[in-house]
Ligand binder design. Structure first.
Ligand code: NAD
Ligand code: MG
Length: 405
């Protein structure tokens, strides 16, 4: 029996995780479920999975949930606030933490799980983008088992040699090939990108995901964040990671070896595959995903990424090369810009402008501790809000950004 805390249980990854768990009665026990403010869904999950704890970040939502849990006689302790998210990650009875909160909010609880030596199923890529060295040091120091859930990184994990020790050359690896669907705007005429709406950006052709990561996929910032994520997970430099646009999303990523062999992991685009892999590793269990029908797939296409169309990808490579606090600055500016786009305050093309302005304005510092990361994050958010305010005030159209990479 594996005892699980699921951070972000009401989200896209969280609900997929509970779907896999429900398929294997007797294999997994839910210790804690957490969410931001969706009390209705968290209550239904409490009824079905009977955790010992339920956490709502939002106090009012927690009060509502507490009342309903009491009325239903479920005997679940309902906690609230950011500290409680960390608390349910470090409980002695928790073996495994599914880290599936979206954005920077996931950093502290995921880091707490790493420091406590828990097995971590990492969906929250922002943790690694913001605080890669702090987090990886904590994983190594505590002996945590870290399993990537992001589909590309899970594919790479599966295609690297078993027991890979962080040395690409010693393991005969030439390159990591990170696949990308290209998102909903891969072929949209450039002049139309200025006017695309949040709904269009969130309508991903292959994957069903939360709104923030959907916008990141549309701008290809998601792939940029994933390049940085791959850097920390596999100890690969920016030049060791090649992004490959593969619109069918059937190959989830590949590893190229020095002898010319290229190993890939394939499957239907459904996050329950990497989630089931992480839950059962090193064994395999049913994920509920239909078998891959290669005859139906029939063709697979591959193209190089278009950095002109997707400047966010170039900005992420720049931040990775700049190192230090640059990726945390990139991440914070992106979160602020994406939120403003989702609120229809700025245009889709303004997202890279905000990020570039913030990256240009703030000095890159060293990351020695979590405080360095949180300081850079706060500065970047403040500066991003200023730029967003300027853009909203001016209401001007921004041209396509073409950064050098
Ligand atoms: P989502 O928006 O669907 O769900 C987010 C979850 O986090 C919800 O349960 C929400 O209540 C909770 N949450 C939001 N803000 C919070 C806060 N401030 N404090 C505490 N909890 C909060 O997001 P998602 O698509 O499930 O993505 C989750 C993470 O997984 C992201 O980091 C994303 O990049 C990563 N990821 C997602 C997918 C996917 O297919 N959805 C694939 C790969 C990686
Ligand atoms: Mg991914």
């Amino acid at each position: 029996m594996q005892n699980l805390t699921v951070l972000g249980s009401t989200g896209s990854i969280g609900t997929s995780t509970l779907d896999v768990v429900a398929r294997h009665p007797g294999k997994f026990q839910i210790v804690a479920l957490t969410a931001n403010s969706q009390a209705d869904l968290l209550f239904r999950q409490c009824v079905q999975f009977k955790p010992r704890y339920a956490v709502m970040l939002d106090e009012d939502a927690a009060m509502q949930l507490r009342e309903r849990v009491r009325a239903a006689g479920l005997g679940i302790e309902v906690l609230s606030g950011a500290a409680a998210l960390e608390q349910v990650c470090v409980l002695p009875e928790t073996d495994t933490v599914m880290a599936a909160i979206v954005g920077a909010a996931g950093l502290r609880p995921t880091l707490a799980a790493a420091r406590a030596g828990k097995k971590i199923l990492l969906a929250n890529k922002e943790t690694l983008v913001m605080a890669g060295n702090v987090f990886m040091d904590a994983v190594r120091a505590s002996g945590s088992v870290l399993l990537p859930i992001d589909s590309e990184h899970n594919a790479i994990f599966q295609t690297l040699p078993r027991g890979y020790d962080g040395d690409l050359a010693k393991n005969g690896v030439r390159r990591i090939l990170l696949t990308a669907s290209g998102g909903p705007f891969r072929n949209t005429p450039l002049e139309e990108l200025q006017h695309v709406t949040p709904e269009q950006a969130c309508a991903h052709p292959n994957w069903s995901m939360g709104r923030k990561i959907s916008v990141d996929s549309a701008s290809m910032m998601n792939k940029g964040l994933e390049v940085i994520e791959a850097h920390w997970l596999f100890n690969a430099g920016a030049d060791d990671i090649q992004v490959v646009v593969h619109p069918q999303s059937v190959i989830h990523s590949l590893v190229e070896y020095v002898d010319g062999s290229v190993l890939a992991q394939l499957g239907n685009p459904d996050m329950r595959i990497p989630i089931a892999y992480g839950l059962a590793w090193p064994e395999r269990i049913d994920s509920g995903v239909a078998p891959l029908d290669l005859f139906k797939v029939a063709t697979m296409d591959f193209t190089a990424p278009d950095f002109g169309r997707f400047p966010c990808l170039a900005l992420a490579y720049q931040a990775l090369r700049a190192a230090g606090t640059a990726p945390a600055i990139l991440n914070a500016a992106n979160e602020a810009a994406v939120a403003a786009f989702l609120d229809s305050r700025i245009s889709f093309l303004s997202i890279p402008h905000v990020i570039e302005a913030v990256l240009d304005a703030l000095p890159v510092g060293k990351v020695g501790s979590l405080d360095d990361v949180l300081g850079a994050d706060a500065d970047a958010r403040r500066m991003a809000q200023q730029h967003i305010g300027d853009l909203v005030g001016a209401r001007r159209a921004v041209p396509l950004l073409r950064p050098n990479i």
